[in-house]
Write a protein that binds this ligand. Structure first.
Ligand code: PEP
Ligand code: MN
Length: 339
C-alpha cells in the first residue's frame, strides 16, 4: 500500500502513520520528495485497513498495490479453470450454450423446451423456478414444483439444470433437488449472506453481474463464494444500466476481456437480458463469443409469444438452432469448440 501525504505534512503526522503501520505489523518506507512525502507500507497488505489510514491527519491518498481478491485472481491460478457440471465442461477450449425459458411454467412447456435445447445441440438447460420480479403482483415462478418439472424435462436428455437461487432458506431444497448450477441473479450479486451460503457448497455457481456493479465489486462478490471453499464459479455478464433506453441493458463486451485477464474462472454472457429483444440476441451472442466468452446463457421458449415472463426476448427453437450454427462457425475461426 502506498500512502501519499499532503504537501503541508508535519513530521509528527508522518510519525503517526509509521506508528500505525508498525502497530498493524508492517514496516514503513518513507520517501521524502521535493513536493511530497510518500510512505510505502511493507508487509501483508491484507492486514491494513485503508479507511483507517485515510482518516489520519496529513494523509492525502491511500493506494492499494495488491488486488483485494485472491482466490479468483489469475495470479492465484495461471491456467483457465474448467468447471465440471455433471460431466459437461465449462471453460477451457469448449464453448457452452445454456438455453431454456426465462421461467418454468408447466410440464409440457418444459418438455418442449428440453426437446428444443437438445435438438439445437446445447448441453445445459436454464429455467427459473423462483423469479425476481419488479412487481410483487407479477408471476413469481412455480417454486419447488417448478424445480420438479424442470428436473423431469431435463433428465430425458441428461441436461444439467441451471436455476436461480434468491433466498438462502431455499438452498437445502436446491441441494435435495440436485440443482446442477445455482444462478445468482443481478439483484443478488452483493447479497453477501447468500454468497457465503453457496460458498459452503460445491455446486457450480453462475454469478451474474450486478446491474450497476463495477468489475472489481463483481470479482469481490465471487471472492465471497470462493472464500467459503466453493471455487466452481462462472461469471455472467448480462448488461449494465446505462442512459440508453432503446435496449434493456448495455452489454459490456469490454468486461469479457478484462475478466479473462483478471480471473482464471470462466466467463459467460447473457445476451437476452442485455438486449431485451429476441432480434438482438444473435448479434450480441456473436460479439460475446468473438470477444472470448466461454459460453452463453440464452432465453428460448417453445412458443415465445406465450411465455409468462420475458416473452419479447425469448428465441424460438428455430432461432436457437440457427444461432447455434452461426456460433459453430465463429468458434471454428477462433480455434474453439462448440457442441
Ligand atoms: C434470469 O436470468 O432469469 C434473470 C432474472 O436474469 P438477471 O438476474 O440477469 O436479471
Ligand atoms: Mn428472463
Amino acid at each position: 500500500m502506498i500512502i501519499i501525504m499532503s504537501n503541508e505534512v508535519t513530521d509528527g503526522q508522518i510519525d503517526a502513520v509509521t506508528a500505525k503501520l508498525q502497530k498493524m505489523g508492517l514496516d514503513a518506507n518513507i520517501s521524502r520528495g521535493v513536493e511530497r512525502t510518500v510512505i510505502g507500507a511493507i508487509g501483508d497488505e491484507q492486514k491494513l485497513d485503508k479507511e483507517a489510514l485515510q482518516a489520519l491527519p496529513g494523509v492525502e491518498e491511500v493506494i492499494r498495490v495488491m488486488k483485494p481478491y485472491k482466490i479468483v485472481a489469475r495470479s492465484y491460478h495461471k491456467s483457465d479453470t474448467v468447471v465440471d457440471i455433471g460431466g459437461v465442461k465449462l471453460g477451457g477450449n469448449q464453448v457452452q450454450v445454456i438455453a431454456g425459458p426465462c421461467s418454468v411454467e408447466t410440464q409440457p412447456q418444459m418438455d418442449a423446451a428440453a426437446d428444443a435445447v437438445a435438438a439445437a445441440g446445447c448441453k445445459l438447460m436454464r429455467g427459473g423456478a423462483f423469479k425476481p420480479r419488479t412487481s410483487p403482483y407479477s408471476f413469481q415462478g412455480t417454486g419447488v414444483e417448478g424445480l420438479e418439472m424442470f428436473r423431469n424435462a431435463a433428465q430425458r436428455y441428461n441436461l444439467p439444470i441451471v436455476t436461480e437461487l434468491m433466498d438462502a432458506r431455499m438452498l437445502d431444497t436446491f441441494l435435495e433437488h440436485k440443482v446442477d448450477v445455482i444462478q445468482i441473479g443481478t439483484r443478488n450479486m452483493q447479497n453477501f449472506d447468500l454468497l457465503k451460503e453457496v460458498g459452503r457448497t460445491h455446486v457450480p455457481v453462475i454469478l451474474k453481474r450486478g446491474m450497476s456493479a463495477t468489475i472489481s465489486e463483481w470479482l469481490m462478490a465471487a471472492e465471497y463464494i470462493a472464500a467459503g471453499g466453493n471455487h466452481n464459479i462462472i461469471f455472467c455478464e448480462r448488461g449494465v444500466r446505462s442512459f440508453e433506453t432503446y435496449y434493456r441493458n448495455m452489454l459490456d463486451v469490454t468486461a469479457i476481456a478484462v475478466l479473462k485477464k483478471e480471473t482464471h474462472l470462466p466467463v459467460i454472457v447473457d445476451p437476452s437480458h442485455a438486449g431485451g429483444k429476441a432480434w438482438m440476441v444473435p448479434a450480441l451472442s456473436r460479439a460475446a463469443l468473438a470477444a472470448g466468452a466461454d459460453g452463453l446463457l440464452v432465453e428460448m421458449h417453445p412458443t415465445p409469444c406465450e411465455a409468462w415472463c420475458d416473452a419479447d426476448q425469448a428465441l424460438s427453437p428455430e432461432q436457437l438452432n440457427t444461432l447455434m450454427g452461426e456460433l459453430r462457425g465463429i468458434a471454428q475461426v477462433i480455434g474453439r469448440e462448440i457442441a
